[in-house]
Design a binder for this molecule. Structure first.
Ligand code: GDP
Ligand code: ADP
Length: 206
């Protein structure tokens, strides 16, 4: 599907830092909005309905699948997560840029629907640091952390299908790398996908 807006997909093992990086990126970039996913997971301490996620029960989620309301959905760490059409369609069609923070299965589904989507995989600097970040975040029980660490092995193996890999060792360096990817995609888009008059509109975004 071709839309006037750019689509960025950020995936990473739990605890690698994708939410922190995307949040920091959004604060620096007013032309970018994050898509709010639906999930059957229960909210964490500070999370609010409709801000981090639309929290929903499984029956509601499955009814949305049946009605074709998701661009993609997946079962991740035992819960359902999905990107609804309404979360991104209008914004992309208005020519605005959207970032999806989703798992690798969803990322590959999105790439099929939107071949120009830019897939970015965030890696932690080590397994040990990943575990420490999950523990320091203090949001998940030890059994949940153990499951996420185990799943991380298989998730990291999927990085080869992505367009870019960013190692989140030093936060500011990883944020700079992420900004650079977004910036270079806009430059490429301005050159390739827009007609002449739209190039100038695109340059306003750069
Ligand atoms: N496929 C898919 N994955 C999602 C979606 N929303 C979130 N996820 C992924 O589900 C996984 C678990 O997310 P979450 O429970 O918030 O934990 P976190 O990874 O520790 O932030 C992460 O890999 C998210 O990127 C979605 O709409 N679709
Ligand atoms: N570069 C970094 N160095 C140290 N800690 C980090 C870094 N990036 C993120 N963190 C911390 O690691 C934890 C997990 O980050 P988070 O953004 O929630 O990860 P994810 O969304 O990938 O699960 C948080 O406590 C966050 O503050």
């Amino acid at each position: 599907m071709e839309t006037p807006g750019n689509l960025f997909v950020v995936a990473a093992p739990s605890g690698a830092g994708k939410s922190s990086l995307v949040k920091a990126l959004l604060e620096l970039d007013s032309h970018l909005a994050v898509s709010i996913s639906h999930t059957t997971r229960t909210p964490r301490g500070q999370e609010q309905q409709g801000r981090e996620y639309v929290f929903t029960d499984e029956a509601t989620f499955r009814a949305m699948i049946d009605r074709g309301e998701f661009f993609e959905w997946a079962l991740v760490h035992g819960n359902l997560y999905g990107t609804s059409r309404t979360a991104i369609e209008d914004r992309l069609n208005r020519g605005e840029d959207v970032v999806l923070e989703i798992d690798w299965q969803g990322a590959l589904q999105i790439k099929k629907i939107f071949p120009y989507a830019v897939l970015i995989f965030i890696l932690p600097p080590s397994w040990n640091e990943l575990q420490q970040r999950l523990q320091r975040r203090g949001e998940d029980q030890p059994d949940v952390i153990a499951q996420r660490m185990e799943n991380a092995r298989a998730e990291v193996a999927q990085a080869r299908h992505f367009d870019f890999v960013i190692i989140n060792a030093l936060f500011e360096t990883a944020l700079f790398d992420l900004k650079t990817v977004v910036h270079s995609q806009r430059l490429k888009y301005a050159a390739q996908r827009r007609n002449k008059s739209q190039v100038f509109a695109a340059l306003d975004l750069i």
